[in-house]
Design a protein around this ligand. Structure first.
Ligand code: ADP
Ligand code: ASP
Ligand code: MG
Length: 457
């Protein structure tokens, strides 16, 4: 059994879904379970609708919902043909009626809660999974739609709910495994789950990768395939650099660091369930399915390059907290991190000195209130428009003098913070966002102009 996850661009229109059907057809012997994201950009647009309705602008929200309805009908119509689409139309229509109803409700209250955001966002994966499943059946593939909310049990931390693995695994074995055993291809939406009361939750943006790993681990899959719109994990984001290379093999640890520090190709949480069961993960291109992609495995082979890849994360705020008393009294650090926690601000990079603590976080609306709270115990400054650059590679552990080499290349760049993770496989630093793309290009040129053919394509 294998899990095949197709991201937003891989299901963005009828042509893309048709390609998905062909790819799955070619893997039938491996007994696939298919996980899909919402069609490209749909989650963003659902959240925008929710926001519009929440601000009382019902008209805009409903207008956006109509556009979304048309796009899904058009895609389904193209995939299914008139006769099948007529049969299927009612099912999709009922979902869109529910969405309209929901938006009217939010508009009437003039407020949207995280719980309601999750319900609104869930429509993307509900709809795409139904359409993909119907498209499979129309092409003679034994597709069987499974509502992921009946399998993926989470807690109630809406918008980033935490999976409850034991019970989820139990449900997967009860609901999904028998379908696979009877020759069906289950088609499930990623990203969505439900809490014990059956209320819809989501597991965080980009979470369909995570769903694939949860389902793969729960069903003891032989491998997990993450199908996307690039040839695999590349030496850096191909949108930044023209001469990126495909990484043929990378370790779980390296992949996790890269994902955490912005390599959007894989959700950071994805690797954990897979690593715990030693299930290999592949990143593959649905637009170029014969390409071998990237294999993520427990251990990476030897590599003559120091680094495997460079990740970049923009929209970072740097928070500097200085103790007015010029010493770190007992409990001081604790109270700082408690404040971050209370405001729900996730910390990325941390560095401390005797008198100050520097912390980075993704820029978000909670930071001003957090800073105001911190100001009660220390002097606080915060600055947006920063970026984190992260160089990753297992060889970092054993090679001396690397930091000197890296910062030598960046001589004239203003570096705000430096950190080498405890895992010893990443070298991370914070710079101005405006310098970021140029810095990545320079580093990429320096470290990947020559690439070990065993590891890079
Ligand atoms: P999906 O919709 O399939 O989940 P995403 O947009 O989430 O796809 O992730 C794929 C994108 O990740 C690519 O189009 C690419 O621009 C970006 N990306 C960032 N860093 C990397 C990297 N190191 N290797 C490959 N892709 C990367
Ligand atoms: N559709 C969700 C998102 O856009 C989940 C995913 O695509 O992985 O965040
Ligand atoms: Mg993604």
């Amino acid at each position: 059994m294998i899990v095949m996850k197709f991201g937003g661009t891989s299901v963005q229109d009828a042509k893309a879904i048709d390609r998905v059907a062909q790819i799955v057809q070619g893997r039938l012997a491996d007994r696939p379970v298919v996980v899909v994201s919402a069609m490209a950009k749909v989650t963003d647009s659902l959240l925008a609708m929710g926001k519009a309705a929440g601000s009382g602008d019902r008209k805009t929200a409903l207008k956006m919902a109509r556009t979304l309805r048309e796009r899904h009908y058009e895609t389904a119509g193209e995939l299914l043909g008139t006769a099948l689409f007529t049969e299927f139309h009612g099912d999709l229509g009922a979902d869109f009626e529910d969405l309209d109803e929901l938006l009217r409700g939010i508009g009437a209250v003039g407020e949207i809660t995280p719980r309601t955001y999750d319900y609104v966002a869930s429509f993307g994966e509900v709809l795409s999974s139904k359409i993909v499943s119907a498209a499979f059946v129309a092409r003679g593939l034994p597709g069987a739609h499974v509502d992921s909310r009946q399998c993926l049990l989470t807690d109630s931390s809406y918008t980033r709910a935490v999976p409850q693995f034991d019970e989820t695994n139990e449900r997967l074995r009860k609901k999904v495994k028998p379908l696979v055993d009877s020759g069906k291809v289950p088609v499930m939406g990623g990203f969505i789950g439900a809490n014990r009361a059956g209320i819809t939750t989501t597991i965080g943006r980009g979470g369909s990768d995570f769903s694939a790993a949860i389902f793969g681990a729960g069903l003891n899959a032989e491998r997990i395939e993450i199908w996307t719109d690039v040839d695999g994990m590349m030496t850096t984001d191909p949108r930044l650099c023209a001469d990126t290379r495909r990484i043929k093999v990378i370790s779980f640890d390296e992949a996790a660091e890269l994902a955490y520090f912005g390599a959007k190709v894989l959700h950071p949480a994805t690797v954990l369930p897979a690593v715990q069961q030693n299930i290999p993960v592949y990143v593959l291109n649905s637009m170029n399915p014969t390409c071998e992609g990237t294999k993520i495995t427990a251990r990476a082979p030897r590599c003559s390059n120091i680094f495997k890849a460079i990740a970049l994360k923009k929209k970072i705020t740097l928070v500097e907290v200085a103790s007015p008393r010029r010493l770190l009294v007992h409990g001081y650090l604790k109270s700082i991190f408690e404040a971050f926690d209370q405001h729900g601000v996730a910390v990325d990079v941390v560095s401390t000195s005797e008198v100050s603590v520097s912390v980075t976080a993704e820029t978000n609306e909670a930071i001003p209130a957090l800073a105001a709270d911190l100001a009660k115990i220390a002097d606080v400054k915060y600055e947006g428009r920063k970026a984190i650059v992260c160089l990753v590679g297992e060889n970092l552990r054993e090679t001396p003098g690397i930091a000197a080499k890296v910062f030598g290349i960046l001589e004239n760049v203003k570096i705000r913070m430096i950190s080498q993770g405890a895992s010893e496989i990443n070298l991370t630093f914070v710079i101005e966002e405006d310098d970021a793309s140029e810095v990545v290009r320079r580093l990429h040129h320096a470290f990947f102009a020559e690439a070990d053919p065993e590891v890079f394509a």
